[in-house]
Design a protein around this ligand. Structure first.
Ligand SMILES: [Zn+2]
Ligand SMILES: [Zn+2]
Length: 214
């Protein structure tokens, strides 16, 4: 287990007991499944999380413990807390691996998705022990120097009309009164896309959001 995880938990949770149990649960998962960071790098981490799944229905059906972890007592409670700890450690690892701004946005989207899929009760439980001050970390991220000529040409081509929905730009820039559109790269620069007029498109803010999140 990466030793910074302990510091990370300290910043995330005010409650010492919560931190202690999350840490020992994550260690337990590692004890039975092997180095979790290696699983993260190999792309096999999700399989472990799946292995720890145990629903109320499973409990009603007296389903045997599907995981490698030995559990005395209630299988559902036991596995649910191991799963929560494994997910938390995964979140930590992902946070360590943010390299580009897109990585960061994906990271936030995934966290939101996970929270939405969870129950109101579980969210309330976490909110109760969550630190009220947001944590921050200084990371070196890669930004791409986008060619202003490509941007200017694409904006000229669009002539104030979104190249996806064909609606007029929703407002004009206060700086110079030109129609506000955003230049988006069809193949992202981070994925090797070219910073060229052909790979770029002028979008209204709605269509731009949709291009990334829709
Ligand atoms: Zn549009
Ligand atoms: Zn974009």
């Amino acid at each position: 287990m990466i030793k910074e995880f302990k510091d990370w938990l300290e910043k995330k949770y005010d409650n010492k007991r919560t931190r202690g149990s999350r840490l020992s649960e994550a260690k337990k998962v590692e004890e039975y499944y092997g180095d979790l960071y290696q699983h993260f790098l190999n792309g096999t981490y999700q399989k472990i999380v799946k292995d720890l799944e145990y629903s109320k229905q499973d409990k009603d059906n007296n389903k045997p413990n599907p995981s490698k972890i030995k559990i005395d007592g209630d299988i559902k409670n036991g596995l649910n807390s191991y799963k929560a700890a494994a997910n938390l450690y995964l979140k930590f690892l992902k946070e360590q691996h943010i390299k580009t701004f897109e990585d960061y946005q994906t990271f936030e989207d995934e966290n939101l998705k996970q929270s939405l899929e969870d129950s109101t009760q579980n969210r309330a439980k976490r909110l109760k022990s969550a630190a009220k001050k947001p944590t921050s970390r200084t990371v070196e991220i890669t930004v791409y120097h986008r060619n202003p000529d490509v941007k200017a040409e694409v904006l000229n081509r669009a002539n104030g009309i979104c190249e996806s929905c064909n609606n007029k730009a929703p407002f004009n820039r206060s700086t110079d009164g030109t129609p506000y559109l955003e230049v988006h790269h069809k193949i992202p620069l981070a994925n090797g896309g070219e910073d060229t007029i052909e790979n770029a498109i002028a979008l209204c803010p709605n269509c731009h959001r949709k291009a990334h999140h829709g």
